[in-house]
Write a protein that binds this ligand. Structure first.
Ligand SMILES: [Zn+2]
Length: 51
């Protein structure tokens, strides 16, 4: 199963063609919108929010 969508706790929907890009885009969103959280999420935790 490939997870390609992720809903950030702020309500933002992030989509990507594959998991690697999804994680990348999630970190970009975190860095832009939630800089305080960007360093606290691991890849596994990001993917835990994905589906
Ligand atoms: Zn967000």
């Amino acid at each position: 199963m490939v997870r390609t969508r992720l809903r950030c706790p702020c309500g933002e929907m992030i989509t990507a063609p594959d998991e690697d890009l999804l994680v990348e885009r999630a970190y970009e969103h975190l860095a832009a919108e939630h800089p305080a959280l960007a360093d606290t999420y691991t890849r596994d935790e990001v993917l835990f929010m994905a589906y």
